[in-house]
Design a binder for this molecule. Structure first.
Ligand SMILES: Cc1cc2nc3c(=O)[nH]c(=O)nc-3n(C[C@H](O)[C@H](O)[C@H](O)COP(=O)(O)OP(=O)(O)OC[C@H]3O[C@@H](n4cnc5c(N)ncnc54)[C@H](O)[C@@H]3O)c2cc1C
Length: 479
């Protein structure tokens, strides 16, 4: 497609139907005209119409970013969810070519029966590949597998002028490393070629360990990370940072004697009813009863005690889907926060400062009277992407409840934590962010990376076609 060419059916951005969109954490929303392209021509039509209307295009996948990354209050939304065919999948090599709206769920549905698994997955299976590349997602295996960008063989990217560029480690390498993790600012992914990971079982071997505090947790990670495939820590913020670590291994070839069965979807999917009679779709109502400080203190204490009883026992088998997407088993679990909402605050801190920083964050939470309902610890390694969030160290993700009218208090806490994290040389993850300031954003990234990103943005999108509420909050003030 050449600049200016349009074959799209969506001719006038301002005549498009107005739709409502929400941040995944229910902490922000917008109403905007939306297009739903299914082809390169339709996308070009939508972008041309947006340009002609003098407004901006906010790109949106499944809307699983916790904050304002996929909202565009002042412009239009381009919603990729319906552009979602798997174009090809090679069962021999594990290479998949997919449209941008294909979800992680579609990927494993197609690939797992043939012995392939997405190499990097987030904690939910519903994000689209376009959204995952734009944020350069990481999984519980970040220290082994890197971010998703490492497994992308190539992609096509539609730029603001309608040109489509094919990028890989060989072709347009600079753009390859900038658009992955570029939070939809440099162009729209229209085709993605991904290398999947070969697996010899639909199960993982899992072992749990209880730790009395963050120091023990990090020591455990350091001792084991080189010899396992996944490591994740659940942190009890009510219990001062004690927690449970789960480490997991892919069974080697021949270990699972029932591979044909474990690779099937039927082995992965949970029954629709909990305890045989409670529909899973109702489970969030049960959670709702505990969504206050005493309730969560109680739930966390029980979880820790049960985990401690299992601690150090022999490995057990768990389906890949159950281990990877535990929260998806409780549909709409976030509704348990209603009538409030929540934000997730995830800080990435170099190893040498990680424990002190996370302990300081938990102290600040206590001082501000806002205790995170959920804390998750992961280990990370740096990667070659321009706007990467990963550091050689650790991240702690904290779910902070946002009671009605409590916005100022939570933002104040987040800004106090920003100071601690930035002093420690830390970074943030835009897929989770709601609260960062432009100054904090600027300090978190190496100046040369940020300068190069802004330079690319000006060169490829001089009129600022691609915008979101997040980009207007963090990027625009930096020019
Ligand atoms: C329960 C839960 C658990 C999570 N766990 C993790 C985790 O463990 N690790 C992790 O890394 N993330 C995690 N996430 C965050 C999630 O993986 C990211 O926010 C991801 O980007 C969501 O993809 P999406 O399709 O929903 O994109 P959206 O949220 O809709 O958009 C994300 C970004 O991608 C851009 N974008 C969307 N489509 C395109 C496109 N075609 N071309 C260019 N840009 C595009 C948008 O403009 C936006 O900037 C989690 C989210 C949830 C809700």
């Amino acid at each position: 497609m050449t600049p200016g060419e349009t074959t799209g059916s969506w001719d006038n951005a301002l005549e498009a139907k107005q739709e409502d969109f929400e941040a995944w954490g229910m902490n922000a929303r917008c109403s905007a005209p939306a297009s739903h392209p299914r082809t390169v021509g339709e996308l070009n039509g939508a972008l041309t119409a947006t340009r002609n209307a003098g407004t901006s295009a906010g790109l949106r996948g499944a809307g699983c970013s916790y904050g304002d990354a996929a909202l565009n209050t002042d412009g239009c939304i381009v919603d990729f969810r319906h552009w979602n065919r798997i174009v090809s999948f090679d069962e021999q090599t594990g290479v998949m070519v997919a449209e941008p709206g294909v979800t992680i769920e579609q990927v494993w549905h197609e690939a797992l029966p043939h012995g392939w698994w997405p190499p990097v997955v987030p904690g939910t299976m519903f994000p689209t590949l376009g959204g995952c590349l734009a944020m350069n997602i990481h999984g519980k295996n970040n220290f082994q597998a890197g971010t998703i960008g490492r497994h992308v063989r190539s992609f096509d990217l539609m730029l603001a002028d309608g040109t489509v560029k094919t990028c890989s480690e060989e072709a347009n390498k600079d753009l390859f490393h900038a658009a992955i993790g570029g939070f939809g600012m440099l162009g729209a992914f229209t085709r993605i070629e991904l290398q999947l990971k070969q697996v010899h079982s639909g199960d993982l071997e899992v072992q749990g360990t209880a730790c009395a505090n963050l120091t023990e947790m990090v020591a455990h990670f350091e001792e084991h990370w080189e010899t396992c495939d996944y490591l994740v820590g659940w942190v009890d913020a009510f219990g001062g940072g004690r927690g449970l670590i789960h480490q997991a291994w892919y069974p080697g070839q021949g270990v699972d004697t029932n591979t044909a069965a474990t690779l099937q979807r039927s082995h992965q999917e949970l029954p629709p009813r909990f305890l045989g009679f409670i529909p899973r779709s109702w489970m969030w109502c049960g959670m709702w009863c505990f969504m206050h400080k005493p309730g969560m203190r109680f739930v966390n204490a029980i979880k820790y005690r049960l985990g401690r009883r299992q601690s150090g026992r022999a490995r057990y088998r768990q389906p890949l889907v159950g281990f990877s997407f535990l929260l998806d088993y409780v549909p709409h679990w976030k509704y348990a926060y209603k009538p409030g909402a929540f934000i997730q605050y995830q800080a990435f801190v170099p190893e040498r400062n990680a424990i002190a920083t996370f302990e300081a964050q938990l102290r600040l939470c206590k001082e501000h009277g806002i205790i995170p309902f959920l804390g998750v610890l992961k280990k990370h390694l740096p990667d070659p992407f321009l706007m990467t969030h990963a550091v050689n160290g650790y991240s702690l993700a904290l779910d902070l409840p946002l009671a009605r009218g409590g916005r100022n208090r939570v933002w104040k806490l987040a800004h106090a934590m920003d100071d601690v994290v930035l002093d420690a040389g830390g970074r943030f993850y835009l897929a989770k962010d709601s609260t960062l300031t432009p100054e904090g954003f600027k300090t978190a990234y190496p100046p040369e990376n940020l300068a190069r990103f802004l330079e690319l943005k000006r060169a490829l999108d001089p009129d600022g076609l691609f915008q979101t509420d997040l980009s207007r909050r963090l990027l625009e003030p930096l020019g």
